[in-house]
Write a new protein. Structure first.
Length: 209
């Protein structure tokens, strides 16, 4: 009887440790975007896109977005540092100011945090690649050190082998948009670790008894 009580108390103790570090699940709708944009003279060239931010948790979460890489100082995020209710999503718009031709790469990091500060947060990144063309330019060829393979106005995505039409225009166009990404790895890893520790403790108690 004493052995059963000891095991039960250990189980309750371990589960109580697990609760404060429960990791939030982070989910976004655009994990990767490859965009094509042609600059136009005598106008401000602004590429406008959005990231779908999803709160799949059963509680409200705080959302913060930050840009990095080549787009860090040329990106404006329409709405930032907001609270997203449970099971809600929001299409967060952002704009990138383009001034010269070239290849631009960067990320927009989406941070998810608990409003109460009792749970581990999470972060996901949307990778962005922009091929900026000058007025009258043509789409870059495969020989110009660009990874995607362009064939007959389509681009072959090596990850899923799905060709997507390439359209060059002043407002910017999506060439590839990778499906949504979701993560709660911290919580899964913690549960596995706790299960291993609990199993080891039970084995030790049984052997000693």
């Amino acid at each position: 009887m004493n052995r059963i009580k000891t095991i039960a108390l250990l189980l309750v103790f371990i589960m109580s440790l697990a609760m404060p570090v429960y990791a939030l699940t982070a989910s976004i709708g655009n994990a990767r975007m490859i965009l094509n944009y042609t600059l136009e003279k005598n106008k401000e060239n602004i590429l406008e896109k959005s990231i779908l931010v999803k709160n799949v948790n059963d509680m409200p979460v705080l959302i913060q977005l930050k840009s990095e890489g080549d787009i860090k100082d040329i990106t404006t995020i329409s709405e930032n540092n907001f609270t997203l209710a449970a099971k809600q999503d929001k299409d967060v718009k952002f704009s990138i100011k383009l001034t010269q031709p070239g290849e631009i790469t960067g990320k927009i990091n989406v941070f998810f945090s608990d409003t109460e500060g009792t749970q581990a947060g999470a972060v996901l990144s949307s990778s962005i690649i922009i091929f900026v063309l000058g007025e009258g330019s043509v789409t870059p060829s495969p020989n110009q050190t660009i990874n995607p393979i362009i064939k007959n106005n389509t681009i072959d995505n090596p990850e899923n082998k799905t060709p997507v039409t390439v359209s060059v225009g002043g407002t910017g166009n999506v060439i590839i948009e990778k499906p949504e990404s979701e993560v709660n790895t911290l919580f899964i890893a913690f549960i596995v670790l706790m299960a291993i520790i609990l199993f080891a403790i039970i084995i030790i108690i049984i052997k000693r008894s």
